[in-house]
Design a protein around this ligand. Structure first.
Ligand SMILES: CC(C)=CCC/C(C)=C/CC/C(C)=C/C=C/C(C)=C/C=C/C=C(C)/C=C/C=C(C)/C=C/C=C(C)/C=C/CC(C)(C)O
Ligand SMILES: C[S@@+](CC[C@H](N)C(=O)[O-])C[C@H]1O[C@@H](n2cnc3c(N)ncnc32)[C@H](O)[C@@H]1O
Length: 379
């Protein structure tokens, strides 16, 4: 939060030329007379239309998301991928009246999820096609039902600290291994969303010179399994809370990796990590924690590394150029609803790593920085 003393600074004083220009522009746009003028005046009409479109999309974004949710819940991506379908077929398949099925398909077409062909049948649009075989994204779209509940009262979310649908989902599932169904739901979602992250991280990160990798907060082992496939000779360790390690044990055994991965039930907030790895990865772990705990985790990781060993932090980061909305807006509010953690910029994570005694921080560019960026540093 900005210190309240900031508000006493007169506007313009100490501001850069760019700030002054942007302040002036905001004052202009805030004037409804100017907006009316700009929408009619030919040279500014295009800019005004674009701004109106952007503001409309912000206003209506939750409707678009619900069209997407219906499209996915009704399994239309796979159905339309298999073959183009006429309206009667879609209606029969979804058990909607033809009128309602057409309403959905028209909405989906407007969002590039579906496409009406020249023969009148329905096929996938570009964005619908990108969902095919993308179980991770599909799982996130369905999971968003919970986040949607929590966002019904955004001010309540911002002012309160109470339990939310998301905080119940994550903490209850993680802490109550007795409830196998919840624990499975938890790990399934983590696995599904890790699947698309692991490949991005491994494409970005050179592992060939390392002997043993320990994935800390490694969940049920999706990442170590992906490493095992790519690097047949690297040794593997996974550390996570004991309850989660129990799930990892089952899952890795089912994949024939029981002998390949050493498992360690450790609470990194109050216990040391085992030694033996020359590279430690923290995939989507730090953003779940406040600064004090994030720093503690980095210190514990550093203490487990030999001098010169590598620490890797891989997660979506705030302020990523071209993906600003994903950082502070999406993950900022997702983690707010989870009641734990916050998204950080690359520089903030770099500063935490330096405070934990790491040096030589660098970035390994990924294919889709919106989903995950990769930072490494040396112990
Ligand atoms: C034929 C040609 C050449 C062109 C045709 C036109 C064209 C350009 C088509 C594009 C084709 C293409 C390559 C499409 C690719 C699309 C991709 C890669 C889409 C990927 C989308 C990914 C999405 C939407 C991911 C969403 C992920 C989310 C929402 C993840 C959330 C994760 C959370 C909340 C994690 C929580 C963990 C916790 C609890 C915070 O710790
Ligand atoms: C968001 S999940 C990420 C899992 C996996 N790395 C991935 O990307 O799918 C965070 C993981 O950190 C683990 N974790 C959270 N707090 C922990 C702690 N104090 N000690 C050890 N692991 C912890 C959780 O159990 C969970 O598996």
């Amino acid at each position: 939060m900005r210190p309240s003393s900031d508000r006493s600074v007169p506007p313009g004083r100490g501001a850069s030329l760019r700030d002054r220009f942007l302040d002036w522009k905001a004052r202009l746009i805030a004037d409804s007379g100017f907006r009316r003028f700009a929408a009619r005046f030919l040279p500014t009409r295009f800019i005004a239309r674009r701004a109106a479109g952007e503001l409309f999309d912000l206003t209506a974004g939750f409707v678009y998301s619900q069209v997407l949710a219906a499209f996915v819940q009704l399994r239309l991506p796979d159905y339309l991928h298999a073959a183009p379908r006429d309206l009667q077929e879609v209606a029969a398949r979804t058990q909607l009246s033809p009128d309602r099925a057409e309403r959905l398909l028209n909405a989906a077409a407007a969002l590039k999820l579906a496409r009406r062909r020249s023969d009148g049948r329905w096929a996938l649009g570009d964005l619908g096609a990108a969902l095919v075989g993308n179980g991770g994204v599909t799982a996130m779209i369905e999971h968003h039902r919970l986040l949607y509940d929590d966002l019904r009262d955004p001010i309540g979310l911002l002012t309160g600290d109470g339990e939310t649908s998301l905080s119940r989902f994550w903490s209850y599932a993680a802490r109550d291994p007795a409830d196998a169904a919840e624990a499975t739901r938890y790990s399934k979602l983590m696995e599904a969303s890790q699947a698309f992250v692991a490949e991005e991280v491994l494409d970005a990160l050179p592992l060939s010179r390392h002997h043993r990798l320990m994935d800390v907060g490694g969940g049920t082992g999706t990442f170590v399994a992906a490493v095992a496939t790519r690097e047949p000779s690297i040794g593997l360790m996974l550390a996570d809370l004991p309850d989660v390690v129990a799930l990892a044990r089952e899952r890795l055994a089912a994949q024939g990796l029981a002998a390949r991965v050493r498992l360690h039930g450790v609470n990194v907030l109050c216990e040391a990590l085992p030694h033996g790895a020359d590279i430690i990865t923290l995939n989507r772990v730090l953003h779940d924690h406040d600064d004090a705990n994030a720093l503690a985790i980095l210190k514990v990781a550093r203490a487990a590394l030999p001098p010169g060993g590598t620490l890797v932090v891989a997660e979506p980061m705030a302020g990523t150029p071209g993906a600003e909305r994903a950082g502070h807006a999406y993950f900022g509010f997702y983690l707010l609803a989870m009641r734990q953690g916050r998204p950080r910029s690359f520089d903030e994570i770099a500063r935490l790593a330096a405070a934990a005694g790491m040096r030589g921080v660098r970035e390994h560019p990924t294919a889709t920085p919106l989903l995950v960026r990769v930072l490494s540093a040396q112990a």
